[in-house]
Design a protein around this ligand. Structure first.
Ligand SMILES: [Mn+2]
Length: 474
């Protein structure tokens, strides 16, 4: 075995690295045995899958330390162990009302998007799960590469602390988005179709909103013109795939309007406008939020759903309370491996709202679309092989023969195609999770260094409601 830090390559262990072939020509043989290629600084993931017995023992609650240690090391679970966690967790959230009543103090967490290792960092900031009350505002899955781990760990915590650990639904917790983005593919790779289906049924049961201390209204998206009183939320039929319009859709999808902070007082301002970037629901004006707060005797709306470079954004204060009318909280730092934003969480003790920020942490490397190294490198190999083929054909061709010119032309076309695939593969490494879901990547993006503004601009198309089941090609 190579010791840590002894990385000089290639090393030879054979005494004689010259050999003589049958015709007497000496060949230099590079000897680099397989056992020396192991990078010992990167430990192997555990090869065995955790069983129900190992996770639950004789208890009816999963052991969080056992699960955490295994998931952190990229270990996987046996299917029935994973199913047991989400189904038992589902039984608890299904019993909860649409609108949760939550006392203070509480830590509020925004979008996580499959960033399991950043979520562990978040828990360090947010406080010990055994002694801290938590409210999550949804978007646990998609875009990041460890959504399965996020779901398993969060649902296992829910089983352990059902009365102090609350999970709301985000717009990504549905079939339409998880098929379009990454969660379904990730489930198929790690646990199979049944696990995916059971996750969807689990998400269908999640509560919609939370009310902290009777003061803070918490939801993933924003408020809805169809929800005038918070008691209207109690009447929503939340079970199932959310529709693309109506109260539930707005609560999961709406955003504050762009002019929110600069809005002048007056009755001429539209309360709700069509949400163009999302392709559904509304953008909500300052006036609409103030009306909602006043009529429901609330202090503030806390929501997630939009990435923030500082992880948190406090909007325009209320004229009377001088408290921010709206807060956006986003807890996935360096979102999609591209935004370079901070993650943040809120802590509310009944009087003061504290913001805790954190940077992203290193995580195991995963290729785009969960490809293995061989499949990912195919375009590179194919381009090279076609290039060689083309060179041979050019060498052997007669320039005046129309047949061989045609052949050359066809091979050139194939090679262009592989070049495009190769460039896409290369660029998708730079773009991370914000690469377009369909079509080819703009070749001008090669070598670009992303910052928050550019990432947001490029990612805009991914923020909208994907084509629904009936209009979808796949
Ligand atoms: Mn969202």
């Amino acid at each position: 075995m190579m010791k840590k830090g002894q990385g000089q390559l290639p090393t030879s262990t054979t005494k004689n690295n010259m050999s003589t072939s049958r015709n007497g020509v000496k060949n230099k043989r590079i000897s680099y045995p397989v056992h020396q290629r192991i990078i010992s600084s990167t430990p192997f993931p555990p090869s065995h899958r955790l069983s129900i017995k190992e996770i639950f023992g004789n208890s009816d609650k999963p052991s969080l330390p056992v699960l955490l240690q295994h998931l952190e090391a990229e270990g996987r679970l046996e299917l029935d162990a994973a199913l047991t966690i989400i189904i038992r967790g589902r039984e608890l959230t299904a019993r909860e009302p649409n609108l949760l009543n939550i006392p203070t103090p509480v830590t509020i967490v925004g979008d996580l998007h499959g960033q399991f290792y950043d979520m562990l960092k978040m828990f360090e900031k947010g406080g010990d799960i055994a002694t801290t009350r938590y409210l999550f505002l949804g978007d646990y899955v998609d875009r990041g590469q460890f959504s399965v781990e996020v779901v398993l760990y969060l649902w296992a915590i829910k089983i352990n602390y059902p009365d102090t650990f609350y999970l709301l639904r985000g717009n990504h917790e549905c079939r339409n988005l998880t098929v379009y983005f990454t969660f379904k593919d990730e489930c198929l790779l790690k646990l199979g179709e049944l696990f995916y289906e059971e996750c969807m049924t689990t998400f269908d049961q999640l509560p919609i909103a939370g009310l902290i201390n009777g003061q803070l209204f918490c939801v993933h998206g924003c408020i809805s013109p169809e929800v005038r009183s918070i008691s209207d939320i109690r009447d929503i039929d939340r079970i199932g795939e959310p529709a693309t319009k109506g109260a539930l859709c707005d609560l999961l999808w709406a955003d504050p309007s762009d002019s929110y902070d600069n809005e002048e007082n007056g009755n001429r301002i539209e309360m709700y406008s069509h949400n163009v970037p999302r392709g559904c629901s509304f953008t909500v004006s300052y006036r609409a939020i103030c009306k909602f707060l006043d009529e429901n005797d609330l202090l503030c709306v806390i929501r997630a759903h939009q990435v923030q470079s500082a992880g948190c954004k406090m909007y325009k204060k209320h004229g009377k309370t001088l408290f921010p009318t709206l807060v956006t909280i986003f807890s996935a730092p360096n979102y999609c491996e591209a935004y370079k934003n901070r993650g943040a969480i809120l802590r509310y003790d009944g009087n003061v709202m504290h913001v805790y920020q954190y940077k992203w942490v290193k995580h195991p490397y995963v290729l785009p679309n969960f490809l293995d190294a061989f499949r990912w490198s195919l375009p590179f190999v194919l381009e090279k092989v076609t290039d060689m083929l083309l060179a041979i054909i050019r060498y052997c061709s007669d320039d005046n023969d129309p047949k061989s010119n045609r052949r050359q032309h066809v091979i050139e076309k194939i090679m262009n195609y592989y070049s495009t695939l190769k460039n896409d593969a290369e660029t998708s490494l730079v773009l991370g999770g914000i690469r377009p879901r369909q079509g080819s990547i703009d070749s001008r993006m090669v070598g670009t260094v992303l910052d928050f503004q550019l990432a947001r601009q490029l990612d805009l198309a991914n923020e909208s409601l994907p084509p629904t089941q009936s209009t979808k090609k796949r």
